[in-house]
Design a protein around this ligand. Structure first.
Ligand code: MG
Length: 393
């Protein structure tokens, strides 16, 4: 093949999406080259990835991590950057064609913006960036000509259904939700579910943050906001269907009553591979989807009594302004506290709801405005956490 390799930077290479991305690249070494890898604290795994994929440049969280990585790497000539500035530099490195943005949480925002400002194509897995800064991201991409290709399975599904169609014919877009581990547990048991139970997702193997978000269904709420900006839709054009089999990822209904759906096996390597190869398609290592074996596909509405965080997300989407930033910040703080077993499952809702109810909404034009609201809401969530702790002891 005489085509030049597509050169990639992977932000979050040691996370679940990052590792799956490298898995895809492993199968297509003649098509993809890795110029940069960015990770947080897992310098052992990062060192192995550097040895295998030979990037020019890597970025880690701190000097301490950089030192650890250097020791792990021995005589490697790779350039090591660190901290926030390091992540931004690697995301905008001149030799990259595409940046895979897979850092979890708002930490992924600045490097994502840096990639877009340089006109890089973006394979977007970091949904929180779109949730807090969707409007800004759209504007920057429009100015620089960056193409944003979603990695999230549902958004990849919508993206594929919309290829070659005119947006004006769309009536409604549906994302599907597996329902997570608590779809059928009795309602009265829900608020005391343990961390181990919440981490046991029935369909998808994912990072911890998104797995907890799936158990509360906040994940689907965040995905609605993400879809609003990715596809430039009105909030009332977006819906969710619970679909426990996770075979149909998204559906698009057109004005004339036709509905297109995207189906595939439940494996993140499929949407990741599509984002890398778009607009082409490459052969998958997975067996074909066998619908005769699956036999039945079920769909239900979302029960907002069971998943009240989804209800909050839907309201934040409809209200717009700074509400989605508060939603995301309060959720990140509470999920972290739940992962550290400082609060109960039910208290995630309590904190997010408190922060949204006490927020004075405003319009957000610039990154600084967004970051200010994010900081404020995190502070408020932390304060509420402390108060809760005070009540327990
Ligand atoms: Mg998803």
């Amino acid at each position: 093949m005489n085509k030049r390799k597509k050169r990639l930077v992977i932000l979050g290479s040691t996370g679940s999406i990052g590792q799956s991305t490298l898995d895809v690249i492993r199968r297509f070494r003649d098509r993809y080259g890795v110029v940069g890898l960015a990770a947080g604290r897992n310098s052992g795994l990062l060192a192995r990835q550097v040895e295998e994929f030979q990037p020019e440049i890597v970025a880690v969280e701190s000097e301490k991590q950089a030192g650890e990585l250097r020791r792990n790497l021995g005589r490697s000539r790779v350039r090591i950057l660190c901290g926030e500035a390091g992540y931004e530099e690697i995301a905008s490195v001149a030799t990259a064609d595409m940046v895979v943005s897979a850092i979890t949480g708002i930490a992924g925002l600045k490097p994502t913006l840096a990639a877009l400002r340089k006109g890089k194509d973006l394979a977007l897995a970091n949904k929180e960036s779109m949730v807090v800064a969707g409007d800004l991201i759209r504007k920057i991409a429009a100015r620089t000509g960056s193409r944003i290709i979603p990695v999230d399975s549902e958004h990849s599904g919508v993206f594929q259904c919309l290829r070659g169609r005119d947006k004006k014919f769309i009536k409604k877009v549906y994302l599907t939700a597996s329902g997570g581990p608590f779809l059928r547990v009795p309602l009265e048991e829900l608020s005391t579910k343990t961390l181990a139970e919440a981490l046991r997702h029935p369909r998808w193997k994912m990072g911890q943050k998104v797995t907890i978000d799936s158990a509360t269904m906040m994940n689907k709420g965040l995905e609605l906001v993400e879809a609003r900006w990715l596809f430039n839709l009105r909030p009332d054009q977006l819906g969710v269907l619970v679909h426990p089999q996770s075979i149909v990822h998204a559906l698009v209904e057109f004005l004339d009553g036709s509905v297109l759906a995207q189906l595939s096996q439940t494996d993140m390597r499929i949407p990741i591979q599509y984002a890398l190869s778009y607009p082409e398609r490459l052969e998958s290592p997975l067996p074909s989807l066998d619908l005769a074996e699956v036999r039945s596909l079920e769909f239900f509405p979302v029960d907002e009594q069971r998943f009240p965080l989804f209800g909050l997300a839907r309201k934040a989407l409809a209200a717009g302004l700074s509400f989605p930033v508060v939603l995301n910040a309060a959720n990140e703080v509470s999920v972290q506290a739940f992962l550290e077993e400082k609060i109960s499952f039910g208290q995630i809702f309590e904190i997010v709801s408190y922060c949204l109810n006490h927020h004075q909404p405003r319009a957000l034009a610039e990154l600084d405005d967004i970051l200010a609201v994010d900081r404020e809401s995190r502070g408020q969530a932390q304060l509420y956490l402390k108060k809760m702790k005070g009540n327990i002891t």
